[in-house]
Design a protein around this ligand. Structure first.
Ligand code: NDP
Length: 406
């Protein structure tokens, strides 16, 4: 045996695991399915969910041998049932069916539904003490204090899937949380990283959807272009690692190779490096605490150089707004997230321009503060209520903001 104690974590044999995929038909869902296909003998699929994509969901459920499949839209129940007929797979529809999917007895649950709709099902998985692989960041942004408290009370394990947080999580294995001086998450800078502010203000939907490194769903791709994604991730890191806003640094790193890391009090820095492929952090969570064979590898000899720069909060005001919301606390992050969802949808529908996204978020935050509705959500229903109020406020403010010239 080596005298060098290089095995920091005890050897863990891969276990057979039952899994549920919330948001199975999306980008994260598909990457998870790809990994499961590579290790079919180790994963038994309990339940899968989608929003409206009943045909794709039923095909997945059949292929993976799931026991339960649910769509969020209650009107699609008959469609899903028909698609599943003869398979023996139970069908469900509506928000309660998503919660039922999460409650079913799977060891491990992938939380990859987009937006605040993920909150109740993800909480249901945490409440029964499951291992929750958390891709959905809005859940922490909207109700992070509540979510982490409930997960701890139920003995749940929360594994960060988001590549930056997964990188921090992996880096933390080389020391103790109390010895951490700084948490670093990187940002690609998105498609507009080098653009002057005047050009960013004129950006089209097509330009904003062209992410330089990652292939993701449309909402998060727009959030990457505005850097709101990084703002949401600061809030996410705050909850996951019990870190204050000034302990978390963002670095723009256009190559998306160094995903994140930590600086210990002694000046040592530990970072996680990997290809820009979500299957890497998902694989880490899927097999955790063991490791599984991955889908991609990084070739160092192809890396000409790695660069890092400070983010620019003038060209990307969303970052400033998210930090301010975290500092304000209470319901401010919930309002930020809700207003951003409305703004991104309006931008994708070509109802507003790119700079109007941050403007609508700021106006909604200001209006919420003025009305005194920035309360800390005490339970999921209150989080949903704060979210709904903020959404309707954002919708009301939309015409006024849309008329603003930039
Ligand atoms: P997608 O839009 O690709 O997929 C979303 C999934 O959730 C689909 O299965 C969709 O079903 C379902 N869904 C959407 N809306 C609802 C709803 N209201 N109720 C129930 N189900 C719903 O998103 P991504 O996979 O890109 O992202 C998922 C989450 O992971 C997001 O929170 C994102 O921020 C986070 N994330 C994503 C990363 C990525 O690389 N994609 C990286 C890090 C985090 P249907 O197919 O029927 O529409």
């Amino acid at each position: 045996m080596s005298p060098v104690p290089y095995d920091m974590t005890p050897a863990v044999a891969p276990v057979e695991r039952s899994v549920t995929l919330l948001g199975a038909t999306g980008s994260i869902g598909s990457s998870t399915v790809d990994l499961i296909r590579r290790a079919r003998d180790r994963y038994r699929v309990e339940a899968v969910t989608a929003a409206r994509n009943a045909a794709a969901l039923a095909a997945l459920a059949r292929e993976l041998g799931a026991r339960f499949a649910a769509v969020a839209d209650p009107a699609l129940y008959e469609d899903l049932k028909r698609e599943l007929s003869g398979s023996g797979i139970e069908a469900g529809a509506g928000p309660e069916a998503l919660v039922e999917a999460a409650r079913r007895p799977a060891d491990w649950v992938m939380a990859a539904i987009t937006g605040a709709a993920s909150l109740k099902p993800t909480l249901a998985a945490a409440d029964r003490g499951a291992i929750v692989a958390l891709a959905n960041k809005e859940c922490l942004v909207c109700a992070g204090t509540l979510f982490m408290r409930r997960a701890a009370a139920a003995g749940a394990t929360v594994l960060p899937v988001d590549s930056e947080h997964n990188a921090v999580f992996q880096s933390l294995a080389s020391g103790r949380r109390a010895e951490v001086a700084r948490i670093i998450i990187t940002a690609s800078g998105g498609p507009f990283r080098t653009w002057p502010i005047e050009r960013i203000r004129q950006a089209t939907v097509e330009e904003a959807l062209k992410h330089p490194n990652w292939s993701m769903g449309p909402k998060i791709t727009i959030d990457s272009a505005s850097m709101m994604n990084k703002g949401l991730e600061i809030i996410e890191a705050h909850h996951l690692f019990a870190a204050s806003a000034d302990e978390i640094d963002v670095l723009v790193h256009p190559q998306s190779i160094v995903h994140g890391g930590i600086e210990f009090v002694d000046g040592s820095m530990v970072a996680q490096i990997g290809p820009p492929d979500m299957r890497v952090p998902i694989a880490h969570c899927l097999a955790w605490p063991a490791r599984m064979a991955g889908a991609t590898r990084l070739s160092f000899d192809k890396l000409a150089n790695l660069t890092f720069e400070a983010p620019d909060e003038v060209r990307f005001p969303a970052l400033r707004l998210a930090k301010a919301a975290l500092t304000t606390g209470q319901g401010a992050p919930t309002v930020l997230n809700a207003a951003n969802e409305i703004a991104v949808a309006a931008f994708l529908d070509r109802k507003i321009g790119f700079p109007h996204i941050a403007a609508l978020v700021e106006a909604t935050l200001d209006a919420s503060a003025a009305r005194g509705v920035l309360r800390e959500p005490a339970d999921p229903d209150e989080a949903v209520a704060v979210d709904h109020t903020a959404r309707s406020l954002a919708r009301d403010l939309l015409p006024e903001i849309a008329a603003k010239a930039f």
